[in-house]
Design a protein around this ligand. Structure first.
Ligand code: GTP
Ligand code: MG
Length: 424
């Protein structure tokens, strides 16, 4: 079943700032004139209700937004990188694969979230003129765009879900109350993916109904089609628990208890979900006897007697489901008044930018991916670039961290492939 996909996303890198000089008739030694790099494109996700599966994403390994272009002379900005938008079905959840954090829960048609931010463009040399130096040879490199692995999960958004053992008549029920045409057959696991349909009541109210593959003993631990679709069940507001009362191949009371136990094993909260108990196949000659026994065991339970094949007792189930769904929707509306309607967390790498590692007496190493990346962009023959680099390290807090670590005047500090003397 296609509802869990891994995807790598990479936002665009910012373009490099430009180093350029003004050369005009009246400005023979014009000042710095290099523009900023363009911003890297962002990666967005948006709900498209025409999409119903994640199949397309299964074949997409990586989604990449465009890089920003380098800055240009005459203070012109580089062009920004193009954003990309990934279209997903309603009910899609996006997690950060590194720590399983929920980044977005897309529950509204058209909902759009920014998942990976493009890097900022580097500043051109026009920003770096100072009193000390009015010919800065330095421009910033662009910021690297965010990059992360996602786990994308689709959970069916149905108001009600039909659950029960295989072959109890779940798909038959769905087929007579909605326009859905699921496969129906006398062998178990006919349904291997949920089917979905809309139930329209004569009074114009409606709800979304899904049948589920049959559950069996051990499903809570993954037996049968187990976990594959138990996660869909979590999202239904109401469960319609169908029991085969013909007693032909099984004991209805045992079935009822096993299913409830499996739900609970999978997720404790499933026990609290409103449930409608439906006794199906009441057209069978032994069914009334089994039903009597069943009632004796659960005297307080409300049981809906139906025959799906004869279309008997169906409306009562639909109205009961509708009432419970409306109640659940109202409760959700109350909850939604709290601000956390859509969960969208900004992706933040958790690691510090750098680490100071002692390398023996009087020697220290600054270890940092970020600084190494920056280091690669520096031309160490240009005094201005070295000066800017040192300044960036100070701004990042490297000097303070070195002092805190116990570095003294004259100690050697290794940064990238460079060894510098530490001077206060
Ligand atoms: N006698 C009788 N048979 C029924 C009734 N409802 C369904 N059936 C039969 O039971 C068998 C299984 O029906 P399905 O609707 O495919 O059952 P299911 O619960 O969807 O089964 P899985 O998809 O395998 O989990 C079919 O042969 C149906 O014709 C009913 O009310 N009475
Ligand atoms: Mg079925």
């Amino acid at each position: 079943m296609i509802d869990l996909v891994r995807l790598h996303v990479k936002a665009g890198d910012g373009g490099r700032g430009c180093v350029a000089w003004r050369h005009e008739k009246y400005y023979p030694n014009g000042g710095p004139f290099g523009g900023d790099g363009g911003k890297g494109g962002d990666v967005w996700f948006q709900v498209d209700t025409n999409e119903t599966t994640l199949t397309k994403l299964r074949f997409t390994k990586t989604v990449k937004a465009g890089n920003g272009m380098p800055g240009l002379t005459k203070k012109k900005h580089g062009k920004s990188g193009d954003d990309v938008t990934v279209y997903v079905p309603l009910g899609t959840m996006i997690r950060n694969a590194a720590n399983n954090d929920l980044l977005a829960d897309l529950t509204k048609p058209g909902q759009k979230v920014l998942i990976a931010h493009g890097g900022r463009g580097g500043l051109g040399n026009m920003h770096f003129a100072t009193a000390r130096n009015d010919t800065p040879e330095y421009a910033q490199p662009g910021e690297v765009g965010e990059s992360l692995d996602l786990i994308i999960e689709l959970r069916l958004l149905a108001d009600a879900g039909l659950i029960g053992f295989p072959s109890v008549g779940k798909s038959t029920f769905l087929s007579i109350v909605t326009a859905a045409r699921p496969e129906i057959a006398a062998y178990p696991f006919t349904t291997i993916e949920p089917n979905i349909g809309v139930v329209s009541l004569p009074d114009e109210r409606s709800f979304v109904l899904a049948d589920m593959p049959g559950l069996i003993e051990g499903a809570g631990e993954g037996k049968g089609l187990g976990h594959e679709f138990l996660r869909h069940i979590r999202r239904c507001r109401v469960l319609i628990h169908v029991i085969d009362m013909s007693g032909e191949e099984r004991d209805p009371a045992a079935d009822y208890e096993i299913i409830n136990r499996e739900l609970k094993t999978y997720d404790l909260s499933l026990e609290e979900k409103p449930q409608i108990v439906v006794a199906n196949k009441m057209d069978d000659e032994y069914a009334p006897e089994y039903l009597d026994e069943f009632r004796k065991k659960y005297p307080d339970l409300k049981i809906f007697e139906i025959s799906a094949v004869r279309h008997e007792g169906i409306d009562a189930v639909l109205y009961a489901a509708m009432a419970m769904i409306e109640e659940a929707r109202e409760n959700e509306a109350l909850l939604e008044e709290e601000p956390e309607e859509t969960v969208v967390y900004r992706y933040e790498p958790k690691r510090p930018d750098f680490e100071i590692i002692p390398q023996g007496p009087g020697r220290w190493k600054v270890e940092s991916e970020k600084i190494d990346r920056l280091f690669d962009t520096i031309d160490f023959d240009k005094e201005e670039e070295v000066y800017q680099f040192a300044h960036t390290l100070t701004r990042m807090g490297v000097d303070d961290a070195l002092r805190n670590a116990g570095v003294k005047d004259g100690d050697q500090v290794i940064v990238g492939t460079f060894i510098m003397d530490f001077k206060e």
